[in-house]
Design a protein around this ligand. Sequence first.
Ligand SMILES: [Zn+2]
Ligand SMILES: [Zn+2]
Length: 262
Amino acid sequence: MTAHRIDDLRLAAHTRELHATAHDHHEGRSPGDGERDGERARQRTSRALSNRLNDEVVRARRVAIAPEDFARFEGYAAEMLTAYGMDLSATSTLETPRRFVRALFDATEGYEGDPNLVAVFPTECYGGSSCDLSQVVEGPIPFTALCEHHALPFLGRAFVGYIAHEKIIGISKLTRLVRIVTRRFGVQERMTHQIAEKLAELTEPHGVAVYMEASHLCTQMRGVREIQAKTRTTAFIGAYEVNSSLRSEFYDLAGLQRGVRE
Ligand SMILES: [Zn+2]
Ligand SMILES: [Zn+2]
């Protein structure tokens, strides 16, 4: 296969969960399965994106939260926190229900950002031999998200790489894209996919690579697993899918040495 445009190749976007619950494993692939799997993956991903991103319903719902709604939420929070043991009569905790409700709202502000508004710029692709090999790798991009299973934070860093064709995206916009996707309720695997797919959609590049690693407080706070455990997820699209040396170079450029854990 020599075509390198995402349009030809964007098919089999797959996430490899290295340390996480797998939703969609693509194991035991044979070469002939690629296109069919790829088409399924593409449909699934675009379905997921249309459900999860650009969600105007969620945005409208958030905008519609009135002061009396927040006051009611604070009442719920106060009731729960008190029952769990917090003394809300102290000066330091009097405002805690309000702060808690507000913090949760702020931590999910990603719903208010529209990834389609992240601007791209034209560039010149001469179609030369290196056009489909020249990577832009940005990171670490710190992120915090809320797991949709427990509504507790997971936080870590993301590395985003892409091989531009005719469009480029401002470096700061990569950070913005990561923030729009992660400041929501979700799961790390899906967010990794969403960042990759959205970047591919916006810039129509030769390829996209996304690596995320995070500590999940929902498991760590409850002693389900070791404090130091991190969940690592990747998503590769286009040239990265068919070229393992590009993937290795991506890890090198990101400063992620395999076998070395910080
Ligand atoms: Zn969780
Ligand atoms: Zn090109």
